[in-house]
Design a protein around this ligand. Structure first.
Ligand SMILES: CSCCC(=O)C(=O)COP(=O)(O)O
Ligand SMILES: [Zn+2]
Length: 209
């Protein structure tokens, strides 16, 4: 099996798993996986597709600037520039972007603070933090409609080989050294968001009784 086919299958499997969680509302979301380092190439989801379906046109290979690396009628994700920032600045191997109700609610609740932190949750160990008082922080940026501006703002928070950024009332972008790590971190963030949203709602309901 060629490296390209292996990476295609790996990304398609991650896409199927995220689809099972119903994290691709209304064609939202985009995913990518690095294929080669020199020159940099990565597979990215084609724009506007229903990411719940598995087809031969789900991904296309792009170069370090996010342009198709081979002739194709497919258009790379409209948000490919965010993936470009990550692969050019870090050794990340996979980038996952999903819009969920929970990540949108959290981004709106804490958008003015430009970040949200979580502590006291066992799931934080998924980030490799084993201390009892470990704190995880995720930055929240404005959802600029102009993608190069969004990518510039996003890029300020791209420093390590693994990380995550919330785009306000839009979604989360998570990256990791490989697909396994990116998916693990994405699931951990979504767990924290969902827990927090539910806890706040329950507390509010109890207070109003
Ligand atoms: C319908 S969602 C609007 C675009 C978006 O935010 C997204 O994640 C999907 O865009 P793509 O071009 O990657 O399909
Ligand atoms: Zn999006």
């Amino acid at each position: 099996m060629s490296l390209l086919v292996k990476k295609w299958e790996e990304l398609a499997d991650v896409k199927d798993e995220l689809a099972k969680r119903d994290w691709f509302f209304a064609t939202s979301g985009n995913l990518s996986i690095k294929v080669t380092d020199e020159p940099l190439t990565f597979l990215v989801t084609a724009s506007g597709k229903d990411k719940r379906k598995r087809t031969a046109e789900d991904f296309l290979l792009v170069d370090a600037s996010g342009k198709p690396a081979e002739p194709t009628h497919l258009k790379p994700s409209a948000e490919t520039l965010l993936h470009v920032e990550i692969y050019n600045k870090t050794n990340a191997g996979c980038v996952l972007h999903v819009h969920t109700i929970d990540n949108n609610v959290i981004s709106e609740l804490y958008g003015d603070a430009k970040e949200v932190t979580f502590t006291g949750q066992e799931i934080i160990k998924a980030f490799g933090l084993w201390e009892e008082d470990a704190v995880v922080r995720i930055p929240i940026i404005k959802n600029y409609a102009h993608i190069p501006t969004l990518a510039d703002e996003f890029s300020k928070h791209v420093k390590d080989d693994a990380g995550a950024v919330l785009i306000r009332n839009h979604g989360i972008t998570v990256w990791g050294r490989d697909a396994f790590e990116a998916k693990k971190f994405l699931e951990a963030w979504e767990f924290l968001f969902s827990y927090h949203v539910k806890l706040l709602a329950f507390k509010r309901a109890i207070m109003s009784v």
